[in-house]
Design a protein around this ligand. Structure first.
Ligand code: PLP
Ligand code: ZN
Length: 422
C-alpha cells in the first residue's frame, strides 16, 4: 500500500490514484503534487513525535513522506538532509541586517541540495521495483542520483551537458553511474532523457517531471520549521513575549523551480497539519541570464516563456524551467518575490561567503547575492530575519571559484622574496 493518496495536477486540478500516472498530468503536462493523507497523519502524530527522534537526517520526517525509508545499513542514502544553519553575524552587519542565517546544503552526502530529492526518488524506485533510474542534470541532480543509487545498489544512468563542470562529471563517474554527456544544453538532455525513459522503460527522476523530487526537497522546509522554532524562541527570550517582527524570509536560488516549489510544499503540509502558523516568505533568486520564472512572476502571469540561458551559475542555467508555475506560486502565495543577480554579483557573493568559512558554487552563492540585492533595493528591511540557502559546494566548480578571487602569487623559496612580497 503506497503511503500517499495519489496526485493532483497543479494546472487543472485533476486527481490521480497512485498507480494511474508516474510523472506529469497526461491532460496538460502540469506538474503533479503528491497528495498525502493529512487527516490520518494528524490523528496519528504530534510534532513531538518527530522533534523527539534521534535521527538528524531527512528520514526523521518519515511520517510526512510518501515513501518508506529503504532498509539496510547506515549509508549515504540514510544521511541526506540534516544540514546546519550558521549565523552570519559579520556579513549581516556588512549588508545591513540584524539577523542573517545560512543553511548550508553543501553538507549533504554528495555536496548539494539535490541529495534530498534523489534519496526520495531512489526510495520510490525501490518500492516500484525499477531496474534503472535515469536523470538529466546540470550536474548536481545527477551526482545526487548517482551517489544515492550507489549507496542503495540501484543502477543509474545520467545525461548531462558536456559543458558540466569537471568536478560534477567526476562525481557521476566515481559513483559508478552510466554517464552520457550530451552535445547540447541541459534542456536538450532533459528532453532526451524523457524520450529514453519512455523507450526503454527506465524510471525517470528528472527534476519537476518526477513528482517525488519535490517531496524530497520539502524536507528542507521541515528542517527550517524545526530550526526556526528554536531561533524564534531565543528571540522572544531576548525581546520579550509581545515582540513583533516580520516573518522569516527564505532566499532560494532558482533554475527549474523545483527547490522553491518543494520548500513551499513542505510549508503547506505543515500549515495543513496545523503545525505551522505563519508561513515564511519565499524569495526566489535567478541569474540575470536565466530569469524565466522571475520574468513570469513580475509579468503577473503563469505563462512560462523560455529564454536562451547564459550564466556562470551552471546549476541554474535553464532555458525552459520544468517547474515554473509552482515556482511562481511559491513566491506569490507566501508574500515573497523574485529577483535577479548578475554573474558579477554571484562571484562577489562566492568571495564574501568564503570570507566567513562557507564555500559555495555559483548557484549556491546566488541566494546570498540575492540577499545583498534585496537589502540594497529596500525589498527587505534591516529588521527582517533572513535565511539564505547555500544549495551546492564550491568544490563542484573551482574554475568559477578561482574567478571570484585574485590568484595567489608565485615566489622564489627565499625569505627575501617573501619580504618583497609583503
Ligand atoms: C546548487 C543548485 N542550486 C540551485 C538549483 C536550482 O534548483 P531548481 O532547478 O529546482 O530551481 C540547483 C539545481 O540544479 C542546484 O544544483
Ligand atoms: Zn492537468
Amino acid at each position: 500500500m503506497p503511503k500517499f493518496l495519489g496526485y493532483r495536477c497543479s494546472l487543472c486540478g485533476t486527481e490521480y490514484s497512485p498507480n494511474e500516472v508516474a510523472y506529469t498530468c497526461p491532460k496538460d503536462g502540469g506538474n503533479l503534487d503528491v497528495t498525502l493523507d493529512i487527516e490520518s497523519i494528524r490523528t496519528k502524530y504530534q510534532p513531538e513525535d518527530i522533534l523527539s527522534r534521534n535521527d538528524p537526517s531527512l528520514w526523521r520526517y518519515l511520517p510526512l513522506l510518501p515513501v518508506d525509508e529503504p532498509v539496510g545499513d547506515s549509508t549515504p542514502l540514510h544521511a541526506a538532509g540534516g544540514t546546519p544553519v550558521f549565523k552570519l553575524t559579520s556579513l549581516a552587519k556588512k549588508v545591513g541586517l540584524q539577523n542573517l542565517w545560512l543553511k548550508d546544503e553543501s553538507r549533504n552526502p554528495t555536496a548539494s541540495f539535490k541529495d534530498r530529492a534523489s534519496a526520495i526518488v531512489v526510495a520510490r524506485a525501490h518500492e516500484i521495483g525499477a531496474e534503472i533510474v535515469v536523470t538529466a542534470s546540470t550536474g548536481n541532480a545527477g551526482a545526487a542520483l548517482a551517489g544515492m543509487s550507489a549507496a542503495a545498489g540501484q543502477k543509474a544512468i545520467i545525461f548531462a551537458p558536456k559543458s558540466a563542470p569537471p568536478a560534477k562529471v567526476a562525481q557521476l563517474l566515481i559513483f559508478g553511474a552510466k554517464v552520457i554527456l550530451v552535445d547540447g544544453t541541459y534542456d536538450d538532455a532533459f528532453d532526451l532523457t524523457v524520450k529514453c525513459a519512455d523507450e526503454f522503460g527506465w524510471y525517470c527522476r528528472n527534476t519537476g517531471y518526477n513528482p517525488f523530487t519535490a517531496e524530497g526537497k520539502k524536507t528542507a522546509a521541515f528542517e527550517i520549521w524545526e530550526w526556526w522554532q528554536d531561533a524564534h524562541a531565543k528571540w522572544h527570550d531576548e525581546f520579550g513575549e509581545g515582540h513583533e517582527h516580520p516573518p522569516l524570509t527564505v532566499f532560494v536560488s532558482v533554475g527549474d523551480g523545483n527547490i522553491i516549489s518543494g520548500i513551499h510544499k513542505g510549508f503547506k503540509d505543515l500549515v495543513e497539519l496545523g503545525w505551522m502558523q505563519r508561513m515564511p516568505r519565499l524569495i526566489g533568486v535567478q541569474a540575470e541570464g536565466s530569469a524565466v520564472i522571475s520574468n513570469a512572476f513580475h509579468a503577473e502571469t503563469e505563462t512560462i516563456q523560455p529564454v536562451k540561458a547564459q550564466t556562470i551559475a551552471d546549476s541554474i542555467s535553464v532555458d525552459l524551467p520544468r517547474d515554473g508555475v509552482r515556482a511562481v506560486r511559491a513566491a506569490r502565495e507566501t508574500g515573497g518575490t523574485y529577483l535577479t543577480v548578475s554573474d558579477e554579483e554571484i562571484l562577489k557573493a562566492i568571495a564574501e561567503l568564503g570570507s566567513v568559512g562557507v564555500f559555495a558554487e555559483p548557484a549556491g552563492a546566488a541566494a546570498y547575492a540575492g540577499v545583498v540585492r534585496a537589502v540594497s533595493t529596500g525589498e527587505v528591511g534591516s529588521e527582517n530575519p533572513i535565511l539564505a540557502l547555500n544549495t551546492g559546494s564550491g568544490l563542484k566548480d573551482i574554475r568559477a571559484a578561482m574567478n571570484a578571487v585574485a590568484s595567489a602569487p608565485v615566489i622564489e623559496p627565499t625569505l627575501d622574496a617573501v619580504k618583497k612580497l609583503l
